[in-house]
Every structure is written in C-alpha cells, then in structure tokens.
Design a protein around this ligand. Structure first.
Ligand SMILES: [Zn+2]
Length: 377
C-alpha cells in the first residue's frame, strides 16, 4: 500500500544506515550550498499599518528526528509516516523550518546544559545564562516579555505566557508580576470569561502523575481562549507532555503527544487565519528547549547526551508566507541557535535587538522570518 507522505518527508533511518545517508547528503548538499549562501532577498517588502503580533510555541524536548523524519524504527514497529504532517508539510511551505541534521543544518541549544530551564532562559534573554539545571532559580536579566511591555508601552495583559510547566515562570520574568502569566496546574483567571472557568474546573479534576505541571490539553485550551478573547501582542504557549513521556521511556505516548501538538499547531494557524487583520499580522514561531539523545538514549537529554544539543526552529510571518520559495523552503546547511529567537521577535516588533555584549556569538535576526526590511532595524 502506498503511504501518502508530506512533501520533503524522508523517513527516519536506523543509526547504522544514518551514517551512509549522511554521506550521500553531504555530497548532494554542497551542490546547493553555493546558491543557498548567496540567495538574495527582495529589495523591498510591503508592511501593513496594522501592528505586528507574535505567538511563540515551545514543545518541550521534541527531537529533530521525529520532526523531520518521523517514527524512529528502533523504538517502534509502526510503519513510518510523518509525526508532524502539518508542521513539516503544509506549514513548512509558508515559512522556514530549520534543524534537519541530515540536511546539514546546525540549530543548537545555546547553553552548555541541554536542560529545560537553561534552554528557556537563554531563549528569553537572547543570551546564555548562568543556569545549568532546572534548580537554577529565577532569570537574572530583563526578559523578552519585560522588554516588550517596557519599549512598546503595552499593558501587562497584552503580553502573556501560558505554560504547562510551573518553572516556566522562572524564565519569563526577572521581576515577578511584569506580565500576564499562568504556569503549572493553577486556575487561569479571566474576568467575565465562562470558558476559562470551565477549563479551570476540568484541569483541577484531571492532574497528571508528574510534578509541577498540568496536562497540555488544558494549557492549549486556555491559550486559545486567551488568544481569541484578548488578542495579545505577544503570546508564549509552552507545552510539556512530550518531555514527561520521554523521561518515562514511553515512546508510543511520546509519539501520540507529538501528533497532538501538530494538530494543535494546525488549529492555532486556522484560528489565526480566521482572526482578520490581527491574525494576518501575527508571526508564529515554534521551537523546542532541547533535543533528546540518539537511538536508545532517546528518552533522556542533558550534557551527557550530545544529540540533545540539536534543536529546530520554525517561523511563519506575513513576509514569509509570500516570500520566494528559496526562503520558505531553505536549502541545506542552515545555522541558527536559541539565541536567534529573541532578536527575531524584537525585529518583528520593529525593535533593535538588545544584546548583552558578552555572549559570543551574539543572537542574530532570522531574516527569512522577519523579512529584509524589518531586519535592518
Ligand atoms: Zn525540557
């Protein structure tokens, strides 16, 4: 039986054959690198008078292997089909998806530790932080969320973080109470909003058997309700079930979570497309805080698992949707890190990136997401 596959989907190969596969790719990719490296962007880009908005989604501990190559045959006997059919299929035609190691991309965690809180802190700071474990405490520098409120003169509720894992609160604010935050298994309070009360009741009666978090289904439901009712300028949706199933070594549940995440990304994009000018001017960025080990080490991550350094980044913006195909579907050997996310979001809002001056290499604006004009800020 023919299995229909998303465009560009190349099934995951077993470790043994992966090396040979990499060799073939190394040969092919150099044929493309020259043209990719000098690809020029259009000189002008039209911008709407409508203000820009950004939704950032993180999927905790989701490997590039499943994003680009589907099911790991070493961990499952299921026939290989895309695990992220929407993200790696239709959505990757509307904006670049970086981080396919087999294509030659290097998209990496910026901190030495390949753990959650260090990853989130370096994303929000746009700089490496002195944080190496999930016990490092609150971020010590101004975060992206805090800067947006300050420099765009926004109300706290226009910048929101809705997260499954409680400790996300330690990565998004260096001063508590700076913006709207709902993280962990806590009720989300919205005035005169029946839907939020309903979700609060459901999540209270349905707690996961892991610590400091609620199920992603409640986080996502709250986030969608917040998006539709408040139309925030910046919304950070942080999902977590994937990492929990990973640590438990439950590959089937990990896969099921990833497929659910993909379906939610589709629902989010469909909703944005129905929200008129607000949705049209909203940039979507999707990424992960760290990868996971290779092969049978898939369930863990951290500095002892070199494979967990590799991550992936997706971006869809008003610019990227109509950009040349070379921008939307990048050729081989793309090179980014977690540190590039904050400058890219700042540039989307017309702000010059605020770099700490000590982190090397510093974060860069991902031009293929914001467009050449906004990247010149
Ligand atoms: Zn994590």
């Amino acid at each position: 039986m023919m299995i229909e596959r998303a465009e560009g989907f190349r099934p995951f190969r077993k470790r043994k054959s992966m090396d040979a596969f990499l060799e073939v790719w190394r040969g092919i990719k150099w044929a493309f690198v020259a043209s990719a490296a000098v690809a020029t962007l259009p000189a002008t880009t039209s911008f709407s008078a409508e203000p820009s908005n950004v939704v950032l989604v993180t999927l905790d501990g989701v490997r590039w292997q499943e994003v680009f190559h589907g099911i790991d045959p070493g961990q499952s006997t299921e026939p290989n089909t895309p695990v992220f059919p929407f993200l790696s299929g239709e959505l990757s035609k509307q904006g670049p998806l970086y981080g396919d190691v087999l294509r030659g991309d290097t998209v990496t965690v910026a901190n030495k530790a390949q753990n959650s809180l260090p990853g989130y802190q370096s994303i929000m700071a746009g700089a490496t932080q002195p944080c190496f474990t999930n016990m490092c405490g609150r971020i010590k520098v101004e975060t992206l969320q805090e800067r947006l409120i300050q420099d765009l003169k926004l109300q706290p509720e226009q910048v929101a973080t809705i997260a499954s894992w409680e400790k996300i609160s330690l990565a998004v604010e260096h001063v508590q109470g700076s913006h709207f935050i709902n993280a962990g298994n806590r009720p989300l309070k919205l005035e005169s909003n029946e839907r939020s009360l309903e979700i609060n009741q459901q999540q209270e009666a349905d707690t996961p058997n892991w610590k400091d978090a609620r199920y992603d289904k409640y986080t996502f439901a709250h986030a969608m309700n917040y998006l539709k009712s408040k139309r925030p300028r910046f919304l950070f949706i942080s999902l977590n079930d994937s990492d929990e199933w990973g640590h438990k070594g439950k590959y089937e549940q990990y896969l099921a979570t990833l497929r659910q995440h993909d379906a939610w990304i589709k629902e989010l994009v469909t909703t944005l497309d129905e929200l008129g000018d607000y949705g049209k001017q909203t940039t979507l960025i999707v990424t992960t805080d760290h990868g996971r080990g290779d092969g049978n080490d898939w369930n863990d991550h951290g500095s002892g698992y070199p494979g967990s350094k590799s991550v992936w980044i997706y971006g869809r913006s008003p610019y990227s949707k109509t950009a040349p195909k070379s921008i939307r579907a990048p050729a081989a050997k793309q090179n980014f890190s977690h540190l590039d996310i904050r400058p890219t979001i700042e540039a989307t809002f017309g702000l010059a990136p605020k770099l700490d001056g000590t982190t090397t290499p510093p974060g860069r604006i991902i031009e293929a997401i914001v467009g050449p004009k906004a990247s010149k800020n």
